[in-house]
Design a protein. Structure first.
Ligand code: FES
Ligand SMILES: [Fe+2]
Length: 375
């Protein structure tokens, strides 16, 4: 991709990235001993919590004849397929029992596995580590190679900065591939046109911006800076805290945008993830924590009333863009306003390349750099 030239929307290859944690479900979508279905990276999953409350995620396909395990029973430790009653360990997927076998059968049922994925619960989500499409257990010999993508890193965490805080979650389905959704997430130029509102900004409030960026592992950071002068919520924050606010925004592969706003002892921390459900469907999950005026629900109002409005505006744009993308999937990445999108594609290729060769990842952002655009 060179400057200003059309690039395939699918660069590099529209690939979904394996070897990362993705949010499969919100914690409140899973009740008691019930099994719940989810889809991540085109893989159907069945999730649950064992008798001790520890979550698990299996590929929702019985290895016998592909019957979805989610129709079966769960006793707190094994999932039983509803078709022929095979039982599988909920965490490892190992087959424990095949009811049709006679006592003298030579078949070693413990050698049969349903696909399984490491699963953990954090920040109000059940996360699954998407090792590979089959949910194949990774043997020790395959682990710990350079560029290793099979050993789960720690589950992503929403940073918090003091013991007491409020939290909120928002979500929406985005009818597009993961690359379109992610570059939409980091696109600064659509604000004045898509997110117009009298209290926020209009197309006439567009002005010159200069932001400092720096490389971070697997991503890049918009260095701490004063929030946009033309953003009303930040003005409110300054008014109530009496302190200047700074904001820091990180993008980290495969799909996470972290934003932290600090003003004196007050803070607001958010994480937005765009998770590929299928090739042409993503889910946006927004999680926020804050300690700003817990007794005066201004932040809660901004998040629960204005947040869904913003998300709806982005969803509508993505739906309409889909009408055009059916006929033309090339796109242009133009100058500094689209630099972050370009970095995203370059990060993705660099990661895939490093996994292929076993060499350390070559970071596309060489050092601190200032980007300039109007928004
Ligand atoms: S299909 Fe699951 S036990 Fe036969
Ligand atoms: Fe937007």
């Amino acid at each position: 991709m060179s400057e200003g030239t059309p690039a395939k929307a699918s660069d590099p290859a529209g690939e979904m990235l394996w070897g990362f944690w993705y949010p499969a479900l919100r914690s409140d979508q899973l009740h008691g001993r019930k099994l719940a279905r989810a889809m991540l990276l085109d893989v159907p999953l069945v999730l649950g919590r064992d008798a001790a409350g520890k979550p698990f995620a299996l590929r929702d396909i019985c290895p016998h004849r592909a019957f979805p395990l989610s129709f079966g029973r769960f006793d707190g430790s094994s999932v039983e397929c509803a078709y022929h009653g095979w039982q599988f360990d909920a965490h490892t997927g190992q087959c424990r029992h095949i009811p049709s076998l006679t006592a003298d059968s030579k078949l070693k049922c413990e050698r049969i596995f349903a696909g399984s994925f490491p699963c953990e619960e954090r920040d109000g989500y059940l996360w699954a580590f998407m090792t590979n499409p089959e949910g194949r257990a990774v043997r020790e010999a395959e682990r710990a190679t350079p560029g290793d993508s099979t050993t789960p890193s720690p589950v992503p965490e929403l940073p918090t900065f003091s013991p007491g805080y409020k939290i909120a979650q928002l979500w929406a389905e985005l009818p597009c591939g993961v690359d379109q959704a992610i570059i939409g997430l980091m696109d600064p130029a659509h604000g004045p046109f898509v997110h117009q509102a009298w209290w926020w900004r209009t197309r006439h409030s567009i002005r010159d911006k200069a932001k400092q960026f720096e490389p971070i592992p697997n991503g890049f950071r918009m260095s701490p800076h004063a929030p946009s002068a033309n953003s009303a919520p930040y003005k409110i924050l300054k008014l109530i805290t009496g302190e200047p606010a700074t904001t820091t925004i990180d993008f980290v592969l495969p799909n996470q945008r972290f934003e932290q706003i600090r003003a004196g002892r007050y803070w607001l921390s958010s994480r937005t993830t765009v998770t590929p459900i299928k090739r042409n469907l993503c889910r946006l999950d927004f999680a926020a924590a804050w300690n700003i005026l817990p007794w005066f629900p201004i932040v809660s109002f901004i998040i629960h009333v204005l947040g869904p409005r913003f998300i709806r505006q982005d969803t509508e744009v993505i739906e309409k863009q889909g009408l055009g993308l059916k006929y033309e999937d090339r796109m242009m990445l133009v100058d500094d306003a689209d630099r972050q999108a370009r970095w995203y594609f370059e990060l993705k290729s660099a990661l895939l390349e490093s996994r292929r060769t076993g060499e350390p990842m070559r970071h596309p952002v060489a050092g601190p750099v200032t980007l300039r655009w109007r928004s």
